[in-house]
Design a protein around this ligand. Structure first.
Ligand code: ADP
Ligand code: ZN
Length: 645
């Protein structure tokens, strides 16, 4: 190995500073695994233990290996990292990965190291000795991957170093951070536009999970990508189940939900720091290991809480939206929103943190129209432009929460994607379609109120005012505009205000009414509403959603069915191995791999290697421990039967 690397270094005109073996790029001087498989599939199994590519991975890897510029938009959990990690181990040269978060770099490098791949990072957290050791390794060509923060690339000595290190490609992770149009703009990322000038011959791979067309164009032009191959994967996450539950004794619902998932990790998002603190405390009082996470905590405490969660010491993290980006934890089994997210993009991103390992995971939104009203209030203080955007976002979010159509279809439609299946099998509305009732009379009342108001003053009004007229509330405006004289004033007295508001929104969804966009949004009758009114067509409305069943939802996309108590044993073993090595558990093996072991019960190394997630390096490092645990378990299970024999 050392000789091959040193030959390479010489070939690139490098001076040998010291022996590679003393640079110790991999732990305990272990050898870097065989380099340069020609076939991506065997490399995939050998290094990562995976048997198949996820959608688009194979195509991206091929283009990257061919030296093309590539732009790839893959959802969270789509397996973006592999698209630069695999090429990095398949051909000579150094892959430089730009990543915005220091914590994430360390996790990724730990993961690579556990798989026997020589990777490292340079950032401000390293002491001088450690940094020197790593630089020496880099000079000697001992690493396949180097993770860097974007600000480092701006330093001239770093650019010079990179020139000497035979960089064969740049991978820009979270590439949307370069765009001011995105939600995550980071000024440091702007400097990446220098890359192409400083390294004109080095191909660039840009990766992101969030990008509108505008952000995508911005990424391509800012990085100066040349005739890039663009890949856009479907944003459907088939293993996620989406549900909405009306608020009402919400904490009890939450506690029951969490208790029913004893061993699983989850995130509970709330809108304010205070709410986050309260929830974490109340969950702890209820005997659940929960920790808070928000920007108001001291850095050290925040990092500590995150670490406890990532390492499965705390099962639940209650967090504001400050939590999430850079969380690599693959076995988050549920994401609960205790409050309404500000728009559907955020909701998609936040729920996306569930089920990255591909196993079933749940997304639950607790919703009350009052939450939407509260957020509307906050928007009042904003600038007009920001307010209009906020309103639009809120409306799409509320639509998602209230629709009786498929949640998945609604979510994907928001990203311009058509989901063709009739029944997605993974949302509350598809799993248990809501009851409908004959709403012809209430619809007539509502629609005629819209008409009367319009006739009376020659102008249309907003939803709230219409409902005031329906229930006969004598507000200042009602009196000013003489709406108390309308024949429909008070004809809806028998029904409560919130219900009327919901009916109004449903009539909008049905297309009988139209809500104008913008700040002073008003409700107008559509052509189809006019016909419904004239022809007394019957209208079916949906009954209010029932409170969510807190039992586990039906698992449509089968988990790996396995021997649960063996899985628990293996999980315990994994935890102790991880703690010994001071890494998160998933760095050893993901849950999917443990479940497959507990299903297939491998007897020897050959059988173990067949399991997805068991690469050659991990087989060598952990194979014996896991095989022994399985054998022990099997032996203990068979024992009670022996007296009969
Ligand atoms: P992203 O960055 O796109 O959110 P990651 O790169 O973190 O996704 O990958 C998500 C998870 O999927 C990781 O646990 C990773 O090991 C796993 N993974 C990636 N590619 C494959 C594959 N081809 N087969 C099985 N698991 C994979
Ligand atoms: Zn559905």
């Amino acid at each position: 190995m050392a000789t091959l690397l040193s030959r390479m270094s010489r070939a690139f005109g490098l001076e040998r500073v010291s022996d590679v073996s003393t640079a110790s790029p991999t732990p305990a001087g272990s050898p870097v695994s065989t380099l340069f498989d020609a076939d991506p599939r065997s490399a995939l199994k050998h290094h990562f233990g995976f048997d198949a590519f996820r959608p688009l991975q194979e195509e991206i890897v091929a283009d990257v290996l061919a030296g093309r510029d590539v732009f790839a938009l893959l959802p969270t959990g789509g397996g973006k990292s592999l698209t630069f990690q695999l090429p990095a181990v398949m051909a000579p040269g150094l892959t430089v990965v730009v990543s915005p978060l220091i914590a994430l770099m360390k996790d990724q490098v730990d993961g690579m190291t556990a798989a026997g791949i020589a990777a490292t990072f340079l950032n401000s957290t390293l002491d001088a000795d450690e940094a020197r050791k790593r630089l020496r390794g880099l000079h000697e060509g001992a690493y396949r991957l180097l993770y860097l923060a974007p600000e480092r690339l701006a330093l001239s000595h770093v650019t010079n170093d990179l020139r000497a290190w035979n960089v064969v490609r740049f991978a820009i992770d979270e590439a949307h951070c370069i765009s001011e149009w995105g939600h995550d703009f980071r000024p440091e990322y702007r400097r990446l536009s220098e890359l192409r000038k400083s390294f004109p011959g080095v191909p660039i791979l840009a990766l992101t999970a969030t990008a509108t067309d505008r952000v995508r164009d911005d990424i391509v032009s800012s990085l100066g990508l040349r005739d890039p191959q663009c890949y856009v994967a479907s944003f459907n996450r088939p293993n996620l189940t989406y549900r909405v539950s009306p608020k009402g004794d919400t904490f009890r619902q939450l506690a029951t939900f969490v208790r029913a998932r004893k061993k699983e990790s989850g995130i509970v998002y709330a809108s304010s720091r205070r709410q986050v603190e309260t929830l974490a405390e109340k969950l702890r009082d209820a005997g659940i290991a929960a920790l808070p996470y928000h920007a108001g905590l001291e850095n050290a405490e925040r990092a500590y809480n995150q670490e406890r969660f990532v390492r499965d010491d705390a099962r639940v993290i209650c967090a504001t939206v400050a939590f999430g980006m850079g969380i690599n934890k693959s076995n988050v089994r549920y994401v609960v929103h205790y409050d309404l997210p500000k728009n559907l993009e955020s909701y998609y991103q936040e729920t996306g943190r569930a089920g990255r390992d591909g196993l079933a995971a749940e997304c639950v939104l607790f919703f009350s129209p009052a939450d939407a009203a509260k957020q509307l209030g906050f928007l009042d203080e904003k600038e007009p432009r920001e307010r209009a955007l906020g309103l639009e976002g809120l409306r799409t979010m509320q639509h998602y929460a209230e629709t009786d159509a498929c949640r998945r279809v609604t979510l994907l439609a928001h990203f311009g994607e058509t989901f063709a299946m009739e029944d997605c099998g993974g949302c509350d509305n598809c799993l248990a379609p809501r009851a409908r009732f004959d709403g012809t009379i209430v619809a007539q009342k509502f629609l005629s109120t819209v008409v009367r108001v319009r006739q009376a003053g020659g102008f249309s009004v907003g939803l709230n005012h219409l409902v005031d007229v329906l229930v006969g509330r004598e507000t200042e405006k009602v009196r000013d505009w003489h709406h108390d004289a309308l024949s429909t004033f008070g004809i809806g007295k028998g029904t409560a205000r919130p219900q009327w508001l919901a009916i109004g929104r449903e009539l909008v969804r049905l297309g009988l009414l139209r809500q104008t966009p913008g700040l002073r949004s008003v409700i107008e009758l559509t052509e189809s509403g006019r016909r419904t009114l004239l022809e007394r067509t019957s209208v079916h409305l949906t009954a209010a959603a029932p409170a969510m069943a807190t039992s586990r939802s039906e698992r449509v996309h089968d988990d790996i069915a396995c021997d649960e108590s063996l899985f628990e044993e293996l999980r315990t073993l994994r935890k102790s191995l991880a703690d010994e090595r001071d890494v998160p558990a998933y760095v050893i093996f993901p849950d999917t791999t443990l479940r497959a072991m507990a299903r297939d019960v491998p007897r020897g190394a050959d059988e173990l290697r067949r399991i997805a997630g068991v690469g050659d390096r991990k087989l060598a490092d952990y194979g014996d421990a896991f095989l022994a645990a399985i054998a022990r378990y099997e032996g203990a299970r068979r024992e009670p039967a022996t007296p009969r024999a």
